[in-house]
Design a protein around this ligand. Structure first.
Ligand code: SAM
Length: 354
């Protein structure tokens, strides 16, 4: 066995068995060192310092290779996805016995972090993998990882494409779609548009990862909310554990295979309008309007608000700026780089489709 695949296999076992935060942190740190060490001699590493930019796409930002690599250090996120995907693949073996499982990983980044580490747990013939990204440098990196980690015998192809427009080959069943192209509250990055394009292409019984992303609205004291923060300067991870008093206002939406926002391109319906909310009376102990994100990766593997950079609360307005008893809606606009806006009834009526 190639020495590197043996090393990866040991790290992977630690990841899937990690039971405590210390186990998780140690295993993810080892994975990070592993990826950096096996790719350091290839040219792409040195080219990053001169050419490392986000790519602005029609429906959101594809973050740079360096930032995509740093997602690995979002420890609870990475561990939870890896454990969830491991379980999802086993579920697919049961649902589709004797079939090779076809996987599309859209937005794989430079390490295909959420899938490649799991490969030593599977046999080469069991999986057919498509790694897709829009960023050429990330694909160069991922090819280097496959080669140096000793994963070349697996059935893996890389594709440079915009996932919001990609069509999976129609002659193959798509069993598993993995995509983590998101920021908290689904702002900035194109997760919703990627899901809207690709989830309907899953075969019946196929699995979308994450299974669901729930966005809810609450009133809270922003500074007291639990938050996860990767400080890129020091690479130290800080988690604030404060829990604030909250008033839950209700669901905005849930993004899932069943509700993947099939976009009506003809009508230009690239937005979501929430139900109407009212400014609560006596909001002084929870004066900030915030969107919280809750991710169900697969089965029992979930990421709660503030546990990860992608589930941090997004505080969108201070209730002190509203009129007394004002009613309002939230509008999610994903016609370009996705963002949220608070709108009053008159503005909502002007936007609503006929
Ligand atoms: C947040 S990073 C995640 C990287 C890696 N999947 C992980 O979880 O660690 C998102 C990745 O998706 C890619 N991406 C974003 N939008 C894309 C799109 N529309 N088409 C293809 N790739 C996209 C970015 O280039 C980036 O590599």
């Amino acid at each position: 066995m190639n020495t590197n695949i043996k090393k990866l296999s040991e790290i992977t076992s630690r990841i899937v068995q990690a039971a405590t935060p210390a186990d998780s942190n140690g295993a993810i740190l080892s994975l990070s060192h592993f990826f950096v060490s096996i790719t350091k001699d290839d040219n792409f590493s040195s080219s990053l310092s001169t050419n490392n930019s986000d790519i602005i796409l029609k429906n959101g930002i594809a973050i740079s290779t360096v930032d995509a690599a740093l997602c690995l250090d979002d420890t609870i996120r990475t561990i939870t996805f890896l454990k969830g995907i491991h379980q999802a693949v086993h579920s697919l073996f049961e649902r589709f016995p004797n079939e090779r499982i076809n996987i599309l990983y859209a937005g794989c980044g430079p390490y295909a972090t959420l899938l490649l580490p799991l490969l030593p747990l599977f046999q080469e013939e069991q999986l057919d993998i498509t790694l897709l990204d829009i960023n050429e440098q990330s694909l160069t990196s991922v090819k280097s990882v496959i080669k140096h980690a000793g994963l070349s015998n697996y059935h893996i192809r890389t594709v440079k494409a915009d996932a919001t427009r990609f069509t999976y080959p129609s002659e193959k069943k798509l069993h598993l779609l993995i995509t983590e192209t998101m920021f908290y509250a689904l702002i900035r990055e194109p997760q919703l548009s990627v899901t809207a394009q690709l989830a309907p292409q899953l075969t019946q019984g196929g699995i979308l990862i994450p299974e669901s992303i729930d966005l809810d609205l609450c009133c809270t004291l922003a500074g007291n909310e639990k938050r996860f923060d990767i400080s890129s300067a020091t690479n130290k991870v800080r988690i604030s554990n404060a829990i604030s008093e909250r008033l839950e206002l209700g669901k905005l939406f849930s993004l899932s295979k069943a509700n993947s926002f099939s976009i009506n391109k003809k009508k230009n319906e690239y937005y979501f309008i929430s139900k109407t909310f009212e400014v609560p009376e006596n909001f002084s102990s929870y004066p900030d309007l915030c969107i919280t994100t809750h991710i169900k990766v697969f089965g029992d593997y979930v990421l709660n608000s503030g546990e990860s950079a992608i589930t941090n609360p997004y505080c969108i307005a201070s209730l002190y700026t509203f009129e007394k008893a004002q009613s309002f809606s939230l509008v999610y606009d994903f016609s370009a780089i996705p963002f949220w806006q608070v709108k009053n009834q008159r503005e909502v009526d002007a936007q609503a489709p006929l």
